[in-house]
Design a protein. Structure first.
Length: 614
């Protein structure tokens, strides 16, 4: 009896606990509903970084003599090499010149500290080869941008380059492994190559070479190495990939040439949420209903946004949401006001309250394109705006709609729907919507996309491309994100609430797996770069404005690196690699150590001196 009684008591306790849980969940739901109904109140947010005017920057530097010469060949590969290396040198703010391999004879080597060779057929520079050997041995810094054809003349370079032998076949590189500390975020991780081919020489190296990257497949071929040659330095890139996503790797390789190298960076991490807030699709998704027993609207509020919001809170991310007023294909004025603002208020206020920002995406999802624009058959459901006035009226309606709901906000960032933006559409933003100061389209070229660099255009529009997107985040995105973290010290990610409904964007992985991948990414990012600044879209634009304007004059001696900065705003950020020695006292700025050899320099003044201890 006693035993039974205890069991009954236990049962009652258990039931009561279950009831308690049900009541708590019910109360939580009531709270969510109340908040949704009543509005989350937000305060106008101060931006941590403001756009500057011309008068806020110091004068540009006087023109510098080129310190680097790029010798390239007029072939398909030579052109690709030229494209990638010219972007790297420009953005590292290195003064440089170029010369076609055919004209190599005219080069005065002593005019340069560094030479980058992008040549397949070494016979094109045959007459200069001995001079290049001597110049290197006497303190020159030579970089081979890609592996040349393995003929007799190239064999005469083996010793200079530290090559013991080259195999008969080429290495099919599927994965890269980087040496510890060489690139930020790349230690203890293998990076998959998206379109592998027989890209690299199968080489064995002489003693004394330092290997910084190697193929992680069976062969383990060295892909980037350096060696000292006399009093000079040689760096060889045995990589054979030239796409935009590899720029950060070439920047890192270039920074191995000197005892110390420095380059301006953006120092910013921005997460955009596209189509947010926007009308929530009605009805059910089979997958979401199976996993969560909810319709799409409830899933957005109770699962997707909760997860994304909490992730933001965990890392201090302040999201930038891009508003869509409605999803019709209407392109003729007048445009009706969307009266259902409840969800805009709920999501928008929460996003603003966490320090986030709202920008424009569109009245609807029709890109800003007139009849003359060719969608290249890619977007069947898209319509052209019949007139400029209709196109303007559409965006004006979005402006009025957003201002009515969020009267204290400035809407300064524009993200083009499907990354498509015509010249006329861009001009309209400049002429008729002057509050828009930045366009955030894409960094990597794609279907009819408005492709960008991180820069201020001549007309003053600030280009702040998004680098990676979505929740799949496989090899390609991981390599690209790592390379950009090293090249620009930047993260720029964007996601859609409806990615989860789209199989091509990872929908059939299920939300739990999609969110796990995004969480893994943020964990990787903030572990690799805990000091990176979390910025909203317009703060990113302000960071790009200061980065773009910055010029650097480097004076490297045995005991110090002296930096004179032109176009200096309030603070400048630079990445510093020290190959020989360690940093001592810094005047005019401060250093944060990122890896064994990489440092982030915060320059507080336009003149910085870093003492080098050897
Ligand atoms: Zn969109």
């Amino acid at each position: 009896m006693r035993q039974r009684k205890r069991k009954t008591e236990h049962k009652i306790g258990f039931r009561f606990k279950r009831m308690q849980k049900v009541i708590l969940v019910f109360l939580a739901l009531v709270c969510v509903l109340c908040v949704a109904q009543q509005n989350v109140i937000y305060k106008k947010q101060e931006r941590i970084l403001e756009l500057l005017g011309d008068e806020d920057f110091t004068a540009p530097l006087e023109e510098q003599e080129p310190e680097c010469l790029l010798i390239y060949e007029d072939s398909a590969q030579g052109q690709k090499g030229y494209a990638v290396m010219s972007a790297v040198l420009d953005q590292m703010k290195v003064p440089w010149a170029s010369c076609l391999a055919e004209n190599a004879e005219t080069i005065r080597l002593d005019d340069y500290e560094k030479i980058v060779v992008a040549v397949n057929q070494i016979q094109l520079i045959e007459n200069k080869l001995v001079d290049i050997f001597d110049w290197t041995e006497n303190g020159g810094q030579l970089m081979l941008l890609y592996p040349p054809d393995n003929g007799g003349l190239f064999q005469s370079m083996y010793h200079l380059l530290g090559i013991a032998d080259v195999g008969q076949n080429w290495e099919y590189v599927e994965k890269i492994r980087f040496a510890d500390g060489f690139m930020l975020g790349a230690s203890e991780k293998e990076y998959g190559i998206t379109d592998p081919y027989e890209s690299s020489m199968q080489v064995s190296l002489e003693r004394g070479c330092k290997v910084y990257a190697e193929s992680a497949g069976n062969g383990g071929a060295p892909l980037i190495w350096s060696r000292e040659a006399g009093t000079g330095t040689v760096v060889v890139c045995n990589l054979g990939f030239f796409e935009k996503e590899y720029r950060g790797i070439y920047c890192a390789a270039y920074s191995l040439l000197d005892d110390a190298e420095v380059w301006p960076v953006i120092n910013g991490s921005t997460f955009y949420i596209d189509d947010f807030p926007s009308p929530v699709p009605a009805g059910n998704s089979e997958r979401i209903f199976a996993d969560y027993h909810m319709d799409i609207g409830d899933f957005y509020t109770q699962v997707w946004w909760q997860d994304v919001y909490n992730l933001g809170k965990k890392y201090g991310i302040r999201y930038t949401g891009l508003v869509i007023e409605e999803y019709s294909d209407q392109v003729e004025a007048p445009f009706e006001r969307n009266k259902d603002t409840r969800r805009y208020e709920y999501f928008g206020n929460m996003l603003l309250d966490m320090g986030g920002e709202l920008g424009f995406h569109g009245y609807n999802h029709m890109p800003l394109c007139l009849e003359n624009f060719d969608f290249q058959g890619l977007f069947d459901s898209y319509r052209h705006w019949p007139t400029y006035e209709d196109m303007r009226a559409g965006l004006q309606e979005l402006n009025d709609f957003c201002t009515e709901i969020f009267p204290e906000e400035k809407f300064q960032v524009y993200v083009p729907p499907s990354n498509v933006l015509s010249e006329e559409g861009r001009q309209m933003l400049l002429d008729d919507f002057p509050q828009i100061r930045a366009i955030a389209s894409v960094y990597i070229p794609g279907d009819a996309a408005y492709e960008q660099e991180f820069e201020v255009s001549e007309d003053g529009m600030i280009e702040t491309p998004r680098v990676i997107s979505g929740y799949i985040l496989e090899d390609y995105a991981q390599l690209l994100a790592m390379a950009e973290l090293n090249f620009h010290f930047v993260n720029s990610h964007f996601q859609h609430p409806d990615d989860v409904l789209d199989v091509e964007r990872g929908g059939d992985l299920g939300w739990e797996e999609m969110f796990r991948r995004l969480s893994d990414y943020t964990e990787w990012l903030y572990t690799a770069a805990p000091s990176i600044r979390n910025l909203t879209g317009i703060e990113m634009a302000a960071a790009v404005q200061q980065y773009d304007r910055l010029e650097v004059k480097r004076t490297l001696t045995d005991s110090s690196l002296d930096l004179e900065l032109g176009g200096f705003g309030t603070t400048a950020w630079l990445m510093l690699r020290i190959n020989e020695g360690t940093p001592g006292t810094v005047t005019g700025g401060q250093l944060t150590r990122l890896t064994e050899s990489l440092y982030l320099l915060q320059a507080d003044e336009a003149h910085v001196v870093i003492e080098l201890l050897k």
